[in-house]
Design a protein around this ligand. Sequence first.
Ligand code: NAD
Length: 205
Amino acid sequence: MEKISNKVINRLTQYHSILVASIKKGETTVTSSYMAQLLKIDDSQVRKDVSMLNNTGKSRVGYDALELKETIEKTLGFSNPKNAFIIGAGNLGTALAKYNDFEDYGLRVLALFDIDKNKIGKSINSKPVYDINELSRYTKEKNVEIAILTVPADFAQSIADFAVKSKIKYIWNFSPAVLSVPVGIDVWNENLMGNFLQFSYKISK
Ligand code: NAD
């Protein structure tokens, strides 16, 4: 299959959410027009996106919800679980560690890391909190490539450097800091305030 653009990936994640909700309600089929209506896009766009996937057909009443959900999961790599560490066991790190649904999306959070002696040695949702100085050892031992960064912005760059030295390859950055990383390291920024600024701009027009 050809490389999928970010825009299509974004729509696939939205179709996936709709399919999960429909399956929960006991529906077995979902039509392209239903998904298009919810997402305020054209029906033909949904059909075009789905036709790119290796989804085996569509009945007259719509897509088989479970089959399409599984096809999207396979396409997006859900079925290939990835291990991750959270760096920063504060408010956000704790909330993410308590979010069990990550597992359904192929993300396994194994442990947290912090500098705070009051947090090190404790557990959050059965996940141990380790001393940040142990990061390199555990990264190798558990073969972890993803770090979820939830430290204060002022420390984010130095911790990102440290994570890269510890052989972390992918950083999911929740801090508002703009990180500079070597070639070959991927950063995905979860910039909540940036998103809000876009939203704020849209609604203030
Ligand atoms: P917090 O102060 O509650 O937690 C930060 C944690 O990082 C603390 O446990 C602290 O001990 C730890 N820490 C500090 N320096 C460290 C280091 N060098 N190595 C390892 N751990 C270190 O902060 P928070 O509210 O959880 O926010 C964390 C980050 O997420 C911030 O950058 C914030 O801007 C961003 N953020 C938070 C929220 C939220 O809802 N709390 C929302 C969006 C973004």
